[in-house]
Design a protein around this ligand. Structure first.
Ligand SMILES: [Zn+2]
Length: 58
């Protein structure tokens, strides 16, 4: 299980500039019945575009 922290750099593809590194700027936990899902807001370290993605903790 991977832990994400605000400020950490993750590998994620930017749809705008195709850069491969993004910084985590916000983490929003969401709970479903059996699992915990986090919504990560990330910011491209190259062009500054923000993205969101869901990650799942089992
Ligand atoms: Zn970018």
């Amino acid at each position: 299980m991977k832990q994400y922290k605000i400020g950490s750099i993750i590998k994620n593809h930017c749809v705008q500039c195709f850069h491969d590194e993004q910084k985590v700027v916000e983490i929003v936990p969401k709970e479903f019945s059996e699992k915990i899902v986090e919504k990560l807001w990330t910011e491209c370290t190259n062009c500054g575009k923000t993205h969101s993605r869901l990650v799942q903790h089992i």
